[in-house]
Design a protein around this ligand. Structure first.
Ligand code: NAG
Ligand code: NAG
Ligand code: NAG
Ligand code: NAG
Length: 776
């Protein structure tokens, strides 16, 4: 939760750090509620899908048609006492992401609407989940990790970011080095609003729009704190600079992660669509933003938010992504931050979008203890200043060392305390802050520590390996310690690891497609931040600003993948969205920087399964030349939808068009990964068989021969037929069948393996993960 100082507005009644303004705010709302008449209580925002083929001829446009439908309700209630602002109203008309509109309607009006010709479906507006971890942690984009820009830097590519707005003055959005040659297809613009005028856009930030009708309808009379595309919380500034920020020298988070900040696609253009408001976050606004992004002509949509427990036909991201996919716009979305809540919790598990998990990177932040005996001990910290801690007494005291009693600590010695490893480091830290202790040394190897919230006191967390030497010295006569902060360590091993917070598959929207697709850096990423939003705090009350901030989440991993997709699109303008996703998946790296399988910080550091990381860590340079591609057409996704139990109208809500054919239903999408499911509740030892048909396209240079190399998941056997694929030229297609024989497990085990198509000269390794997973 970034902006702690104003968090009470966004999370009314919960997690309020500042009780007084919170109570005040709640009071204002309460008074407002008293003025509300009964008709308001009855009306709410609905998203309505319409079949445009039913539009009567005399309407000149879909807007005209939808307006007349909603207006017809207004005349019906003219005689009633409703005040104007609470009458039925049209919020948005949509024509790109979906066919339909959103409107503020009563249940009766909705019932009437359902009888209108061309009505497809309607559902209540929903709240959005934003994918920054709730543990208030930080990220950092490491200029030295493998996310190197491709040679064209994404110059001709436009990345549309659906988020909380942007801080246009940030150095990350300067247009130095960018040409004026904005692609001719671009139809977007820089919308004027509060503290935002058109001159704030440039050759980097080429569009900025905002969509607030949903949040206004849900909160009648609300005053938006920043009624423009300007970011008042930080999330959108961070995500858009991560995807496509320009080079900025000397960026850092209070001295940590110092270096050149830059987005993954530093020459790509950015267009911001603000749909998240401090006052609320609604599906109707998200749809409006995506609808406009598609109309404006973006190449990639980066969307670090999602809707939990929502079927595909009511999921705004899924619906709008389908329209985007038809136009070859890549939609890169975040998996969510529900990691610790178990399997099957990810959102955006959409077959036609890219779903991105989050991992750690090979960098950590810290400080160093220098003991009076000359020993130095490195540790973790993010304390945001270079505090003067020079030769202070070091105390290890049995009565205090649990560090779990504020009053006791408050009356303790004026010293640097050593706290025991009682496996509640978060609680200990809050006691140390509350008791205003001079400083503390914690002992822990909890991997979560690196996802720790803001470090508000001079503390350093050291490894248990260093504890014996520390204790020994602390027992000597008059021990002293000095502490330094603001250190950055690179090359940390092992990295990446799946971040503990990253949501796990299988996808509840469509479990038959393996999600997430890939993992990208999400933890401790440095990116741009509004200079008037808290970036750090000391103690309870000193808030510090910074133009760059470290925050963690799949919100931060998603824009890395969006940036890579932008680069790929620049290098291969002819590739479909499915081809780009395929390249990312089949080239992802399942190994960490010790050349062992990637581990999972959320699962006792066991090997990460593809349900945590998809195919593995995104590998941009390899994705440029994947060798083979698993492509898919819009009709292929329709065949998938037709194989579900969705009704025709539910399918139409997604596809918008009756022109699609439902006569070849198939749950077997040409996807670059494999998942076989079993129900652990109805488990038998009986062998199950699942067969997958796949078609690969040769995107290498000319003729090629590939051989299958299979590692079967534990307890399964795999057959691939044929085992050799011959291609005589580029773009030739070949098909094969993969069959999994597997058993379910009562314990709900997840097992996994891989299929690698190895090119005979070893030039390409086209790898697909294979998972056997319980259905959750
Ligand atoms: C636009 O806004 C910026 C920043 O608020 C301001 O400096 C500038 O003068 C404004 N330009 C115009 C044309 O209003
Ligand atoms: C503090 O931690 C110690 C050691 O784990 C425990 O015995 C004690 O009950 C805790 N005290 C409080 C106030 O939680
Ligand atoms: C489809 O099946 C699932 C589970 O079997 C069920 O939850 C869902 O309501 C069904 N949907 C429709 C439209 O019948
Ligand atoms: C499933 O998990 C249990 C316990 O974790 C283990 O004993 C068993 O061997 C596993 N089965 C397979 C096939 O991996």
């Amino acid at each position: 939760m970034p902006k702690q100082s104003s968090s009470c507005k966004r999370n009314m009644g919960i997690n309020c750090g500042v009780p007084l303004p919170c109570i005040f705010y709640a009071l204002q709302l309460f008074l407002l509620a008293l003025h509300v008449n009964t008709s308001l209580a009855e009306r709410s925002t609905y998203i309505v899908h319409m079949d445009k083929s039913f539009m009567p001829k005399f309407f000149t446009s879909h807007q005209h048609w939808y307006t007349s439908i909603v207006d017809s309700f207004k005349t019906e209630i003219q005689t009633s006492s409703d005040s104007h602002s609470f009458s039925p109203s049209l919020l948005y008309t949509y024509d790109n992401a979906l066919h339909g509109f959103s409107a503020f309607l009563s249940v009766d009006e909705l019932e009437t609407l359902k009888k209108s010709p061309g009505f497809v479906s309607a559902y209540n507006d929903k709240k959005v989940t934003v994918d920054t971890t709730h543990t208030t942690t930080f990220l950092s984009l490491n200029p030295s990790t493998g996310l190197l820009p491709a040679s064209n830097y994404g110059e001709d590519i436009i990345v549309g970011v659906i988020d909380s707005g942007i801080w246009p003055e940030s150095e990350s959005f300067r247009d130095d080095g960018l040409t004026k040659n904005i692609p001719a297809k671009w139809k977007g613009r820089c919308e004027v609003g509060q503290e935002f005028n058109a001159s704030l856009c440039n050759n980097k930030l080429i569009g900025a729009r905002y969509f607030n009708k949903g949040v206004r309808a849900a909160n009648p009379g609300v005053t938006l704190s920043m009624n423009s595309a300007r970011d008042s919380e930080g999330h959108g500034t961070h995500t858009s600079s991560t995807a496509a920020g320009n080079f900025v020298n000397g960026a850092s988070y209070f001295g940590y992660a110092k270096g050149t900040a830059r987005g993954v696609a530093p020459r790509s253009r950015v267009a911001m669509y603000k749909v998240l408001w401090d006052e609320g976050r609604y599906a109707s606004d998200v749809l409006a933003g995506m609808d406009q992004a598609i109309a404006d002509g973006v190449d990639v949509i980066s969307i670090s938010l999602g809707f939990d427990d929502t079927p595909l036909y009511e999921d705004p991201v899924a619906i709008a992504s389908f329209a985007a996919m038809e136009k070859n716009v890549v939609v890169s979305s975040s998996a969510g931050n529900e990691g610790t809540n178990g399997l099957g919790k990810l959102h955006n598990g959409i077959p036609w979008a890219l779903t991105v998990a989050a991992g750690t990177i090979d960098r950590s932040f810290g400080g160093t203890l220098s003991l009076g005996n000359g020993l130095t001990v490195p540790g973790f910290t993010l304390f945001p200043v270079n505090a003067l801690i020079n030769k202070l007494p070091l105390v290890y005291n049995k009565t205090l060392s649990a560090c779990n009693d504020t009053e006791l600590l408050y009356t303790g010695p004026n010293a640097i305390l050593i706290c025991d490893d009682i496996s509640d480091i978060y609680g200990q830290i809050s006691h140390i802050i509350a008791a205003e202790v001079l400083g503390a040394v914690f002992i822990s190897n909890d991997p979560y520590i690196h996802e720790l919230g803001r470090v508000r006191a001079p503390i350093v967390v050291v490894s248990p390996d260093d504890a014996p030497a520390l204790f020994k010295y602390a027992k000597s006569a008059e021990p002293i310690v000095s502490m330094t902060f603001q250190q950055t360590f690179v090359g940390t091993k092992p990295a990446p690891a799946a971040a503990f917070y990253s949501s796990r598959g299988p996808s509840s929207s469509y479990p038959g497609i393996l999600k997430p697709d890939i993992m990208a850096p999400g933890s401790l990423v440095l990116a741009a931040w509004p200079p008037n939003v808290e970036a750090a705090r000391i103690g309870r009350n000193v808030m510090l600003p910074s133009g760059y901030n470290l925050i963690s989440g799949t919100s931060m991993s998603c824009p890395h993948a969006s940036g890579v997709a932008a680069l790929l699109k620049g290098a291969h303008p002819e590739w479909s969205a499915a081809a780009i996703r395929s390249a990312l998946v089949t080239t992802a790296n399942p190994l960490d920087n010790t050349q062992n399988p990637i581990r999972d910080n959320g699962d006792n550091f066991n090997f990460a399964t593809p349900l945590a990381m998809g195919a593995g860590q995104i590998d941009p340079n390899r994705a440029l030349e994947p060798g083979l591609i698993y492509d898919a057409t819009p009709q292929d996704y329709v065949n998938l939808l037709c194989s579900t139990n969705f009704t025709r109208k539910q399918i139409l809500a997604i596809t918008r068009s009756r022109a699609y054919d439902c006569s070849n239903p198939s749950s077997d999408l040409n996807y670059p990964s494999f998942i076989a499911l079993y129900d652990p509740r109805h488990h038998t030892r009986k062998l199950r068989i699942q067969k997958f048909q796949r078609i690969v396209t040769n995107v290498g240079d000319g003729a090629a021969k590939y051989k299958a190399s299979v590692t079967a998941p534990k307890g399964s056997t795999i057959t691939v037929s044929p085992e050799t694929l011959f291609f005589s030229e580029t773009y030739e297609k070949r098909s094969y069948t993969l069959t999994i024989n597997y058993k379910g497990e009562k314990k709900g085990n997840v097992s996994f393996g891989e299929l690698v198509w190895v090119e005979e000269n070893g030039k390409y390794h086209v790898r697909s993960p294979i998972v056997v997973s319980p259905l959750v």
